[in-house]
Write a protein that binds this ligand. Structure first.
Ligand SMILES: [Zn+2]
Length: 336
C-alpha cells in the first residue's frame, strides 16, 4: 500500500479550485494522506474539509493545523493600542518581526508594508485551533506544517502567492529567528496539550531545532523532507522519550539523485522513514500516485522495501503509545 505522509494544498488554492479539483479526490478510500495547513488561506479549505461529513467518513484523510515559517510574519503577538490606526499597527508589527536578509543591500521596508495584510493575532488562532482539536473528529487532526527556516526570504508580494498582489521576485527581508521560534513554540504547546504529532520544516538551524525539541515536552515528531546531516538525524532519534520520524521526498532528498549522504543516512533510519511528496494535491491530481512511487522506487534502490515503508506508516498513525492515542483503534482497523 502507498500513502503520502506530508502533502499540501498548493499556495494558489482557493475555494473554487478546491471544489473543482480536490473535494472528490479526498473521498478515495484506499490512499492515506496527511494534509498540511500552512497559512490563513489553506486554513479556510481545511475548515471546509472539517465540516464535510462525506470526506470525514474517509478514514484515510488526516488533517493538520499549523503555520509554516514562510508565513509566520503574518501572525502577531502584539495588541493594537486604543486609537491606533491599522497602518501604524501594521508597521509596528512587521518592523518587529522582519529583518534585512543582506545587511549590505540598501532596502526599505515601506514597499513591503504596502502589500502586507494586517497581521492576524496568534492568540486568537491558537484558541481556534484548540477548539477544532477538541471537537469529536479531533483525533484526525495533527500539528503541521510548523518549524524554522533560516534562509527563506519574503517575496515582494508580501507572502507566497498573495492573491491580491501580482509582483514576483524576492525582497531583501526575512522573518527574524526569534519570531519564528515564538510561533513554532505556540504549536509545540498545542501538540503537547493534545499529544499530537508535529510535521516540522527545518532549513538550516538544525542545532537550534535540536535544542528546542530536546527542551520541549513534545513526543511525536516528523522531520519532514529531512535535510539535516546524518549526525543530526542520529542525535534526534536518540532523544529520550521522543518518537522522531523522517519524511523523505523526491523533491528535497533525491534532488541530486541518490547522493552519498542519502546512501549513508537511509539505512540508519529505515525503521523511521515515511514517504512524502510535499506537493499540492490540487496540482498533482491523478499523478499523485506517480509522485509517491518515484520516492518508493528511489528508496528501494537504497534497500528499503514497500512493506517496511507501510509498516512505518501504520506505526506512525497508530501512535507509538497506544494508551494515549484516541485514534488508535479506528486507524488500525481501517487498514485491516
Ligand atoms: Zn511541506
Amino acid at each position: 500500500m502507498r500513502y503520502d505522509s506530508h502533502c499540501h494544498l498548493s499556495p494558489e488554492i482557493n475555494e473554487k479550485l478546491y471544489h473543482d479539483s480536490v473535494r472528490e479526490y479526498l473521498r478515495i478510500k484506499d490512499f492515506p494522506i496527511n494534509l498540511m495547513m500552512t497559512n490563513h488561506i489553506d486554513e479556510n479549505i481545511i475548515r471546509l474539509i472539517l465540516q464535510d461529513d462525506n470526506i470525514l467518513e474517509n478514514e484515510c484523510i488526516r488533517l493538520n493545523v499549523g503555520i509554516h515559517p514562510w508565513f509566520s510574519h503574518l501572525y502577531t503577538f502584539l495588541k493594537k493600542y486604543v486609537g491606533e490606526t491599522s497602518e501604524s499597527f501594521k508597521k509596528r508589527h512587521y518592523e518587529s518581526v522582519l529583518e534585512k536578509y543582506s545587511k549590505k543591500i540598501n532596502s526599505s521596508i515601506d514597499a513591503l508594508l504596502e502589500v502586507l495584510p494586517e497581521p492576524i493575532p496568534i492568540s486568537k488562532k491558537i484558541a481556534e485551533f484548540n477548539k477544532l482539536i477538541s471537537l469529536s473528529f479531533g483525533n484526525r487532526i495533527n500539528i503541521g506544517e510548523i518549524g524554522l527556516d533560516k534562509f527563506a526570504r519574503i517575496p515582494l508580494s508580501g507572502y507566497l502567492c498573495n492573491p491580491v498582489v501580482s509582483t514576483t521576485g524576492l525582497s531583501n527581508y526575512k522573518v527574524t529567528m526569534s519570531h519564528q521560534i515564538q510561533i513554532f513554540e505556540q504549536f509545540l504547546e498545542l501538540a503537547i496539550q493534545f499529544n499530537k504529532s508535529c510535521s516540522i520544516h527545518c532549513v538550516g538551524g538544525y542545532g537550534l531545532m535540536y535544542d528546542i525539541i530536546k527542551q520541549s515536552k513534545v513526543t511525536r515528531i516528523v522531520m519532514h523532507s529531512y535535510s539535516g546531516s546524518v549526525d543530526s538525524a542520529l542525535m534526534l532519534r536518540k532523544l529520550p522519550g521522543k518518537n522522531v520520524w523522517f519524511g523523505i521526498s523526491d523533491f528535497v532528498n533525491f534532488c541530486n539523485g541518490i547522493s552519498d549522504k542519502v546512501k549513508e543516512l537511509i539505512p540508519l533510519i529505515s525503521d523511521r522513514i515515511l514517504v512524502e511528496t510535499d506537493f499540492g494535491i490540487d496540482k498533482m491530481g491523478n499523478d499523485h500516485f506517480e509522485y509517491v512511487d518515484e520516492v518508493i522506487t528511489k528508496l528501494s534502490k537504497v534497500g528499503i522495501d514497500l512493506d517496511n515503508l507501510w509498516q512505518n506508516w501504520l506505526l506512525f498513525c497508530d501512535g507509538e503509545d497506544k494508551n494515549n492515542n484516541p485514534g488508535y483503534k479506528t486507524y488500525t482497523q481501517s487498514y485491516k
